[in-house]
Design a binder for this molecule. Sequence first.
Ligand SMILES: [Zn+2]
Length: 602
Amino acid sequence: MKYSLNWDLDSLFSGGINSAQLKAKLAQLKTAIAALGDLLDRWDAASDAPHYQQFNKIITQLQAIESGIGQAGLFISAVGSADINNPDVAPVNARLNDLENQADNVSGKLKKVLVQVPDANFAAMLAQPDLQPLAFNLKEMRNDGKELLDDKTEALINRLDLDGKAAWSAHYDSLVATVTVPFHDANGQPLTLSAGQADNNLLGNADPQYRAELLPAWEQAWTDKEQLFADTLNHLAGFRLTEYAAHGTTDFLRQPLKDNRLSAATLNTIWQVVDDNKQFLLDYLDRKAALLGKKHAGWQDVEAPLNLPGSHLHHFTYDEAAAFIIKYYGEFSPKMAALAQHAFEHHWIEAEDRAGKAPGGWMESAPETHESRIFMTFTGSPNDVSTLAHELGHAFHSSVMEDLPYLRQDYAMNVAETASTFGELIVADANVKAAQTPAEKITLLNAKMDNPVAMFLNIRARYLFETRFYQLRQQKLVTPAELNELMLNAQKEAFGHDLSTYSPHLWASKLHFYIDDLSFYNFPYVFGYLFSLGIYAKAQQEGNFEDAYIALLRDTANMSTEDLARKHLGVDLTKPDFWLAGVKLIKRDVAEFMRLTDSLVN
Ligand SMILES: [Zn+2]
């Protein structure tokens, strides 16, 4: 084998989770945070004028602290993901959370200090050669500062958050670990599934009958504990709403939009485009149902694989997957291909299929050493190759920004999901093109539809639910029955009343509703997906696209998302046109799927 299935973490911190090097790093960060706090207390804009050297020192130190926290954070979550039963991870993680909390306090203090700087001094500061590249970020910090309460109150809120939002989010994980689904295996033998195993089977088991029987058992498992989940969701959201109210707003979309540097107008346009253009996906689902021998698809069929006779999919070895990604990345961008190759060669990826690993996949960058690490489980399916391509897309994004100041690398989730989806699209298309038979092509096109169906229908439903839930939560505690009803109605609306079954307990089973530092963990995915489709459409039209793409990625933490699109793509995101160009690409795939399956259903 050419490439290793295991990553190297020792080059980040040697000696595992109890590494002396890591301990020293955490201690050094603690000292640095305290020192920065002192420096800030003593800083005064007027006496620092005209060169603002002291301020430059402050902002440099803040960035060093945040990148140090990033480096340590990646290492700790990497160790934890690769070995979920390691008891030493949680205490070290708690120390890091504590440091993050202190760093947040200092950064909040800095934001408020910036508010006190007179406009003329602030403009003069931004004109300094060292500070000029950070102008957007400093303005953003100053605007944030205007909404902050006094230091003591902000520190108290941060402190309470550890036993508030953050605690409810962690409590969710503990609750999910107790959920079991009594069911049976393929031969009818009784079997108890964990929530994760049941979820994988519900969405991915190849037998439609098995999935259909599993859905009621799945819903029952969440029903049994629905009061506990409802409490958790209510309190997490309640804490958040109180925090918003303390900062003078009842608009629960304000913060998520701000986090994504996105305007409400753009978000509304995206949803309009989605709602106006979902019929072809509903037609696709009807066709899929017909191929499964049904009139209407059920909730459990939406993402299911199609097992057509003669569709034996290619099984990739890890080396083949690497070669495939490097080859097709290279057709778009030699630099993307080079980064992927570097990642495989330098042990950035943990891909081994073994017990004791966390589910899912992620990429995090190591800002101090200009590297990344990717976590996933590789079993050899085309889907795994796509996941790998997705995470390598994230890694490419980070790599093209590594020379920028740390604040300039702080891109938001919506644009983060752009580079990853772009990487995934390249490889998914290559997979479809490489299909040997029509049956294989149908299977792969069907798998490729998972993304648009998730974005246009499933995530649309989650957004509708979350919006309505927050509205109701502003008035009262929401009961499990009400949550089920809100979710069921949102799903029916998003799926055009086209499914034969739904999953009303999705509000309990979906982790994304319980993430503490980001709410509305849904629309940024839809943005990233459609934005990358728009870029992909452009890349296919224009020959030499690499430089323009890299220039766009480098600006992702340097302006609002609307400005980014205007500057690098010449488009107005508040208008439907750009989004519709991406929709056209999905329609093309669906049309081909319909053409290839016509003769199979009539
Ligand atoms: Zn991603």
